[in-house]
Design a binder for this molecule. Structure first.
Ligand SMILES: *[C@@H]1O[C@H](CO)[C@@H](O)[C@H](O)[C@H]1NC(C)=O
Ligand SMILES: *[C@@H]1O[C@H](CO)[C@@H](O)[C@H](O)[C@H]1NC(C)=O
Ligand SMILES: *[C@@H]1O[C@H](CO)[C@@H](O)[C@H](O)[C@H]1NC(C)=O
Ligand SMILES: *[C@@H]1O[C@H](CO)[C@@H](O)[C@H](O)[C@H]1NC(C)=O
Length: 159
């Protein structure tokens, strides 16, 4: 074997080796990055729960339907919704969280709408879609007026 050929072969082998070593190191680095960026499961679950609740709490129709279906106290539910609504904006704006988990705010918005159109609100199926919002408008004044009038009349004609 001539000398130049041996040199070339040696160089080739060296190149091959360093490529292999680089590739292996690189793969390890990629793996490490991927492991570091693996979605923090607990945080994603919390984000998902908060987003789902907040979306229901924010939409008066969903909220009224949920309250009607739930057998928990309305006050406890209201508190839960309010807490979720207060907490969500920070999670929605957290770029790292949204990258790790996906934008679960968007997911909750679209899925809640999809759920509602198939009569599902949160965990409740086959909901009645005509849930009444608590009425606090002029009608309440009229009704109270009528009651007062009725009671006065009864009092008035009492002997
Ligand atoms: C939130 O809603 C999404 C979409 O319907 C669902 O996949 C997810 O399981 C819900 N999250 C929780 C914690 O229930
Ligand atoms: C997630 O989606 C919501 C609306 O669906 C948007 O307002 C918010 O900026 C998004 N968050 C990120 C970090 O992209
Ligand atoms: C949609 O309905 C499913 C099934 O009941 C429920 O698990 C999920 O949390 C609902 N999603 C939202 C965003 O309310
Ligand atoms: C609540 O959801 C219903 C059904 O998806 C939608 O028609 C309505 O516009 C929403 N209301 C608000 C205040 O976002």
């Amino acid at each position: 074997m001539s000398n130049p050929l041996r040199t070339r072969l040696t160089l080739l082998l060296l190149a091959l080796f360093s490529t292999l070593i680089f590739a292996e190191k690189h793969a390890a680095a990629v793996l490490a990055v991927r492991q570091a960026a693996a979605p923090p499961v607990d945080q994603c679950l919390d984000y998902s729960r908060t987003a789902n609740l907040s979306v229901i709490g924010t939409n008066s129709t969903y909220r009224a339907t949920y309250l009607q279906e739930s057998n928990m106290g309305t006050l406890a539910n209201q508190k839960m919704f309010n807490a979720a609504q207060a907490k969500l904006p920070k999670l929605t704006a957290d770029a790292a969280l949204n990258q790790a988990c996906g934008n679960l705010t968007t997911v909750a918005l679209t899925e809640a709408e999809k759920n509602f159109s198939s009569k599902i609100v949160g965990p409740f199926r086959e909901v009645k879609l005509d849930a009444q919002k608590i009425d606090a408008g002029p009608l309440v004044v009229v009704i109270c007026g009528l009651i007062v009038l009725g009671v006065s009349l009864v009092w008035g004609i009492m002997p």
